[in-house]
Design a protein around this ligand. Sequence first.
Ligand code: SAM
Length: 257
Amino acid sequence: MATTPRLFVDSTLAADGGVSLSEDQARYLGQVLRKKPGDVVRVFNGRDGEYAAHIADFTKRGGELVCQQQTRAQAASPDVHLLFAPLKRQRTDMIVEKATELGAARVQPVFTARTNSDHVRTDRLRAIAIEAAEQTERLDVPDIEEPAQLESLLFRWPENRRIIFADESGDDDSRAWGGDAGRAPPIAAALQKFASQDVRWAILIGPEGGFTPEERAHLRTLAYITPVSLGPRILRAETAALAALTIWQSILGDWRT
Ligand code: SAM
């Protein structure tokens, strides 16, 4: 079933209000989708809900839409943040795209001791998040934050938000992945305890090389940390990020309704 195209726009949205299209948006509608003046699209801006709007005109530098009626009232995405150590470009791109589909409100690249990517193009990640939000029928786009060092993030961490620490290790440094001793509880059991509480959350996923023993030990001293296991196998970071977000949505997020 062909759906009406959806575009994320900056303009304020109101009935009969004008909406300016960027050059890329006009090109996409006119040249890729072959839309013509009079055709209807859907627009959202993260504040005013979603509107049906018809194409008034294409211009050299973009185009103009005119809003008709509101098709959906604004609704906030669940308040969950994803903190992850940047990976190689395609895998970081995938985490941002899937985290958007899975409803993350904020995506925060975090540099840890073993992070092997030292540069993150946040403008590129924002474009990926917008495209994913348009496709996934969200009414907002996740905030894509500038990368931060894990230590400095923890130093200024807000008291009212807990961190789900995806901890793949045990405590026995002589064993692969730290053996079984001191392993974190399974994520579902760990989160179930909070199901009836009003808690704000973030999910922390480590780099390909995992967290260092020092990072792990420090994280586990913090009262707002909930260490969790994502099962008996070692997942790639992108798999872990999406698995943790999925389980969070199922137990504490908007997959419950
Ligand atoms: N430490 C391993 C290494 O040295 O290759 C694997 C790190 S894993 C590729 C990347 C991140 O995914 C981990 O730091 C952790 O946050 C998460 N992760 C992967 N498997 C996990 C599991 N079974 N339980 C909890 N977290 C896991």
